[in-house]
Design a protein around this ligand. Structure first.
Ligand code: NAD
Length: 475
């Protein structure tokens, strides 16, 4: 069977073709990579301050595109129109933070206080070269900015390969950088099939691959890269993020935050809340309040301002989610949301009714595998120890959150800190979830990935250390 030569994006809400892009040939892709390498060599000589100035202008240009970007996001990925400004705000917030720490993060590390007489030694951070950024569709701007901006600011060139679901997002990014004055060839967009992506990943002139996406995609990319020498690969992958609600949690606040954490973007966030463990003493009121809030969602056409729950990304994804719920129910789970409350949720469409499952356990896929849909499983626990054990019982390790009244009770803060030590995840939250702070390292363990983006450490994987060792006195 011959490989596809183009891709067509289907809008999730109406299943209509939205945009088609033709793939390059291998020779054309090779040219893109060669061009990227040549442009990078010039760019690395541009003073950091100038690179920062261009990046700051990019932010203005991107902000000016807000209206068009908002509409395109809904058409490409189905997120309700009213929720897209949050992605633009978050993208700019991350960009601003990474710019604010660029000079300190990329500065030479001098050894003044420990230097040896007659020597001068220091460590530089130099760009990797050509960075291939492979992006997912679910937060296409938020995930791309994590790598694209720090890579360019650090003196790399970037080839950005967007998801076939959100091809316009990479094109808009490139447009904004070009308007900001980024020299040609430094940010090129490549729409690629998996085969062409493998070609790029294994290309000797691609120096680093930054992948954000599923575990399956991440494995394919890491395996391809491993067969092509020792190039670095950063992997930001999926999650099955748990929340633990302690007996003293503020109930209304906690329920509202966790419903949002589970349902926002139809649950299609890498750090969405996917499983909840609630202390037995408050399990009943917690579940009742949770169900009441979930019933209030308006599932429907995401282009309409009143909608706050859109379709999932595709009919195939919807079928997978429905099957996971049906399998859980078959195995003894109880579904608390009557599907007929949500008229739009019809088989054969990408509209999935939100669902709250109780009487679930860890033999069920819904508690172990990433759902990526508006579905939550809630289990009763009787102690911190039991909650820790269940939260860690997962092939994933992106974030975990603990909900307890640390504000009025110092013992609860102490309990949180003890629980935090036992949790094997990249991030542990107290009384919040489904959130990224650009000042903190974004990272996962186990199947959730490898490497760090954002924070000071986000610059580390996009640069390499180079030691300069000078013997000044030779006599
Ligand atoms: P995906 O793995 O299907 O695709 C991600 C990107 O990789 C796309 O550009 C895709 O075209 C490409 N790709 C996929 N398979 C490939 C292969 N075999 N070879 C080469 N390229 C391949 O993921 P998705 O559906 O776009 O995104 C959703 C997933 O991403 C979820 O699992 C989510 O949890 C994860 N995610 C993680 C983070 C994070 O920060 N950890 C952030 C957002 C999304």
């Amino acid at each position: 069977m011959s490989s596809p030569t183009s891709q067509t994006t289907i809008s999730p809400h109406n299943q209509q073709p939205l945009v088609t892009r033709t793939y390059p040939s291998e020779a054309e892709l090779n040219d893109v990579i060669e061009h990227s390498e040549a442009a990078q060599k010039q760019w690395a000589r541009v003073p950091l301050k100038e690179r920062i100035t261009i990046a700051a202008k990019f932010m203005d240009e991107f902000k000016a595109m807000s209206d068009v970007v908002t509409k395109e996001l809904t058409a490409q990925m189905g997120r309700p129109i009213g929720q897209n400004p949050g992605e633009i705000r978050g993208t700019l917030e991350r960009a601003a933070y990474m710019l604010s720490i660029a000079e300190s993060s990329l500065a030479d590390v001098s050894l003044v206080n420990t230097d040896k007489p007659g020597f001068r030694r220091y460590i530089k951070r130099v760009p990797m070269g050509v960075v291939l950024v492979i992006a997912p569709w679910n937060y296409p701007y938020l995930t791309s900015i994590n790598s694209v901006l720090p890579a360019l600011v650090a003196g790399n060139s970037v080839i950005l390969k967007p998801s076939p679901q959100t091809p316009l997002t990479a094109e808009r990014f490139a447009e904004a950088w070009t308007r900001a004055g980024l020299p040609q060839g430094l940010l090129q967009v490549a729409h690629l099939s998996p085969e062409l992506t493998a070609f790029a990943v294994t290309h000797p002139k691609v120096d680093f691959v930054s992948f954000t996406g599923s575990v399956v995609g991440g494995k394919a990319v890491a395996q391809a890269a491993a067969g092509a020498g020792f190039k670095g690969v950063g992997l930001e992958l999926g999650g099955k993020d748990p929340a633990y609600v302690r007996a003293d949690a503020k109930l209304d606040y906690t329920v509202a935050e966790l419903v949002d954490g589970a349902m926002f973007n139809s649950g299609q966030s890498c750090c969405a809340i996917e499983r909840i463990y609630v202390h037995a003493s408050i399990h009943e009121p917690f579940v009742a309040k949770f169900v009441e809030l979930v019933k209030q969602y308006k599932l429907g056409d995401p282009t309409q301002p009143g909608t706050n729950l859109g379709p999932v990304v595709s009919v195939a994804s919807a079928e997978k989610i429905r099957k996971q719920v049906a399998d859980a129910v078959k195995a003894g789970a109880k579904a608390l949301i009557p599907e007929d409350l949500f008229a739009a949720a019809q088989p054969g469409t990408a509209y999935v009714a939100p669902q709250v499952l109780v009487d679930v356990d860890h033999t069920m896929g819904v508690m172990m595998e990433e759902t990526f849909g508006p579905v939550i499983g809630i289990m009763k626990v009787s102690s911190d120890e039991e909650a820790i054990k269940l939260m860690n019982d997962s092939p994933y390790g992106l974030t975990a959150s603990v909900w307890t009244d640390a504000e009025s009770n110092p013992a609860s803060e102490a309990a949180f800190l003890k629980i935090e030590e036992e949790l094997f995840t990249g991030t542990v939250f107290l009384n919040r979830c489904d959130s990224l702070d650009p000042a903190l390292a974004w990272t996962g363990v186990k199947n959730s990935g490898r490497g760090v983006s954002l924070s000071k450490f986000g610059y580390d994987q996009l640069t390499r250390a180079k030691s300069v060792h000078m013997k000044i006195k030779t006599s």
